[in-house]
Design a protein around this ligand. Structure first.
Ligand SMILES: NC(=O)c1ccc[n+]([C@@H]2O[C@H](COP(=O)([O-])OP(=O)(O)OC[C@H]3O[C@@H](n4cnc5c(N)ncnc54)[C@H](O)[C@@H]3O)[C@@H](O)[C@H]2O)c1
Length: 322
């Protein structure tokens, strides 16, 4: 691919997710045309991506001389129409509001070719909903990245009932080409695949805290040192195979009726939220985050994520082109 010019892609919404998605395409050699409704997000894109890439260099995932060519492939435009011009693959990462997404998908069709693929990074809305007002819903597909998107390997690829098979295939191919672990999801369920599992774990963890079974620190340590440890290396179904399915089915039958099934947020968590404590972003949640600790924890988290990426995925996940 070195020396080849790849056809440009667009990213709409350059916030937490969009800037990392733009980075991933740019690092893999694609010219990226970005747009965000907020001028500050447009103005800060290149600096945010530069910082991320410097972290990649610090752990040895990329060489320092890859940074400037990758940044040079990022262009930010003042209007959505300009950003979309000449692009063959568009990812929207604007806010999670169905009306906004429906309007966006219907509007942007006018600015791209008929075979341009339009992808939604929605965490919850299936394509059948976001594409409800589109003229050509067969070109639309969910590509669900995980935060931080430039580090976490998996992207769920979820076609809607009207999505054309060739769109799904081209989407899987480009995501794999830019180094992501693209997983096709064959049925359009709310929450797709991963978030359904995450919510099941969240419900039980919050319930255990609510019942006073262990402290915040103890719960985090117990899960990290067991489930988390194993899942960083192998998948849950393989874990079950090694545990023995005779044992696992007996454990399931004994414990499944015992675990929480309620759909209300447990009191212990609701009280924290009612006090205006939303976690890292407000300085307090399950833990306290005075500014120095917040910076330290965030940087430690990113270093750990990058180490995991290097350990398990770097050869397939990051394929920079200079
Ligand atoms: N944050 C996560 O962990 C996460 C994970 C997976 C998926 N998502 C999904 O990704 C999408 C974006 O989430 P985020 O966390 O990056 O949000 P964010 O608030 O950080 O970023 C959204 C950006 O979109 C911009 N924007 C809003 N309306 C716009 C429009 N019409 N055109 C262009 N830009 C517009 C905003 O100015 C903002 O910069 C949501 O659908 C969200 O559900 C988020």
């Amino acid at each position: 691919m070195v020396g080849e010019t790849l056809a440009p892609v667009a990213v709409l919404g350059l916030g937490t997710m969009g800037h990392g998605i733009a980075q991933t395409f740019a690092l893999a050699g694609y010219p990226v045309r970005g747009f965000d409704a907020h001028p500050a997000a447009r103005a800060s894109l290149v600096d945010r991506v530069r910082r991320n890439l410097q972290d990649f260099v610090a752990v040895g995932i990329i060489e320092p001389d890859v940074i400037e060519p990758a940044l040079a492939r990022l262009s930010v435009f003042e209007t959505e129409a300009e950003a979309l011009r000449g692009t063959w693959f568009v990812t929207e990462a604007v806010q999670e509001d169905l009306a906004v997404k429906q309007e966006l998908f219907a509007r942007i069709e006018a600015f791209v070719d008929d075979d341009t693929i339009l992808a939604s990074n929605s965490s919850t809305f299936p394509m059948s909903q976001s594409a409800a007002r589109m003229r050509r819903p067969q070109r639309a597909i969910v590509t669900h990245w995980f935060n931080p998107p430039h580090i976490v390997p998996t992207v769920e690829v979820v076609p809607g009932p009207q999505t054309h098979e060739s769109v799904t295939e081209r989407t899987l191919a480009v995501l794999r080409q830019i180094g992501k672990l693209a997983i096709p999801i064959r049925k359009e369920l709310p929450g797709f695949l991963v978030n359904r599992v995450q919510i099941a774990v969240m419900r039980e963890v919050w319930d255990l805290l609510d019942r006073g079974v262990a402290s915040v620190e103890e719960i985090d340590a117990a899960i990290r040192g067991s489930m988390g440890f194993r899942l960083a290396a192998i998948g849950p179904l393989e874990v079950h195979d090694f545990g023995g399915l005779d044992v696992q089915t007996a454990v399931f039958r004994n414990l499944a009726p015992e675990i929480r099934s309620s759909t209300t947020v447990p009191d212990v968590v609701q009280k924290i939220v009612d006090q205006g404590n939303f976690g890292a972003k407000t300085g307090s949640g399950f833990y306290e985050y005075p500014p120095e600790r917040l910076a330290e924890r965030r940087s430690l988290r990113d270093r750990k994520f990058l180490e995991l990426l290097r350990m398990f995925y770097s050869s397939s996940t990051v394929s920079p082109v200079q």
